[in-house]
Ligand binder design. Structure first.
Ligand code: CO8
Length: 256
C-alpha cells in the first residue's frame, strides 16, 4: 500500500501530512482510510497531546476524489459509509490543528473545519465548489460554514463557488490565524506545542466544552461547562498546575 498519509510522531505532538501531491491531495477512499487509521492510532498514544494535520504548500486538499465520485453510485456510497467515516475524525480526543496552505476545497475544506484550530498560510484559498459539479457539500460543509461564518458568507461560498483568501477567512471567523506562506507547517506545529504544553486533562475537557457550544442552548452549555470544571478540578493535573504557579515553577503534567 503506497503511503498516502505520512505520520511523524514527535511527542508531545505528531504531524500527519496528506501525501497525494499530483492530485492536490484529493481525498480518495484509500487516503481517507489511511488518514483515519493514522489519526486513531495517534489518538490512542498518551504521549501525543496535539496533532497537526496538513497537506503540502500547494494544496491542503482539493476535495474528495472527483474521479471516484464520478464512478460511484449513490447506493455504493451509502453502503460503503464513506461520509460516516468523517465522524471518526470529529470523535478524536486529541486536539487537531489544521495547517492549511494553498487549495482547501470541498471535502478538503470540510476536513480542515473538522479540526479544532485552523492555521492558514497567506496562500490558502477556501471554498466549497460542489454545486459546480452538480452535488452539494456532504461532509459537514453547509452546516459548519453556516455556524462558523454565518449565513451570508456561507451561502455566497456554497452557491457561487467563491473562494475566500486566508485574510477573508480570518475576518469571517473560519480560521484563527494567518501566517506567512513559507511558515504554514512550522507555525501550526508551534501552535500544537503550545496546546500540548497545557494540562492534558484540562485540554480535552475544554475542547469538549467548546464543541458543546455548537450543539446546545447557552444555559445547558453553561451547566455542562461547570460540571467539566469540577472534573478538571478533581484531576492531579489541576493540583500540579495550581501548585506550580504558587511555587513559581513550571508544571509537570502527568495527564491524570
Ligand atoms: N479530485 C481528483 N483529482 C483532482 C482533484 C479532485 N478533487 N482536484 C485536482 N485534481 C487533479 C487534477 O485532475 C489534475 O490531475 P492531472 O494532472 O492528472 O490532470 C491535478 O490534480 C492538478 O490539478 P489541476 O491541473 O486542475 O491544477 P490547477 O492548478 O489548474 O487547478 C484546482 C487547481 C482549481 C484546485 C482544480 O484542480 C480544481 O478545480 N479541482 C477540483 C476542486 C473541487 O471541485 N473540489 C470539490 C470536490 S467534490 C467534494 O469534495 C465533495 C465532498 C463530499 C464528501 C464526500 C465523501 C465521500
Amino acid at each position: 500500500m503506497s503511503e498516502l498519509v505520512l505520520a511523524e510522531r514527535e511527542p508531545p505532538i505528531a504531524t500527519v501530512l496528506l501525501n497525494r501531491p499530483k492530485q492536490l491531495n484529493a481525498l480518495s477512499d484509500e487516503l481517507m482510510e489511511q488518514l483515519v487509521a493514522a489519526l486513531e492510532e495517534l489518538d490512542r498514544d498518551e504521549d501525543v497531546r496535539c496533532i497537526v494535520l496538513g497537506g503540502s504548500e500547494r494544496a491542503f486538499a482539493a476535495g474528495a476524489d472527483i474521479g471516484e465520485l464520478a464512478r460511484a453510485s449513490a447506493v455504493e456510497l451509502y453502503y460503503a459509509r464513506r461520509v460516516e467515516r468523517w465522524d471518526a475524525i470529529r470523535n478524536l480526543w486529541t486536539p487537531l490543528v489544521a495547517a492549511v496552505s494553498g487549495f482547501c476545497l470541498g471535502g478538503g475544506c470540510e476536513l480542515a473545519l473538522s479540526c479544532d484550530i485552523v492555521v492558514a498560510s497567506e496562500s490558502a484559498r477556501f471554498g466549497q465548489p460542489e454545486t459546480g459539479l452538480g452535488i452539494i457539500p456532504g461532509a459537514g460543509g453547509t452546516q459548519r460554514w453556516a455556524r462558523a461564518v454565518g449565513k451570508a458568507v456561507a451561502m455566497d461560498v456554497v452557491l457561487s463557488g467563491r473562494l475566500l483568501t486566508a485574510r477573508e477567512a480570518l475576518a469571517a471567523g473560519l480560521v484563527s490565524r494567518v501566517v506567512a506562506r513559507e511558515a504554514w507547517l512550522e507555525e501550526a506545529e508551534r501552535v500544537a506545542h503550545d496546546v500540548a504544553s497545557k494540562g492534558p486533562v484540562a485540554t480535552r475537557l475544554a475542547k469538549e466544552a467548546v464543541d458543546r457550544a455548537w450543539e446546545t442552548t447557552l444555559q445547558l452549555g453553561l451547566e455542562y461547562e461547570r460540571r467539566l470544571l469540577y472534573l478538571a478540578f478533581a484531576s492531579e493535573d489541576a493540583r500540579e498546575g495550581l501548585q506550580a504557579f504558587v511555587d513559581k515553577r513550571a508544571p509537570d503534567f502527568k495527564a491524570r
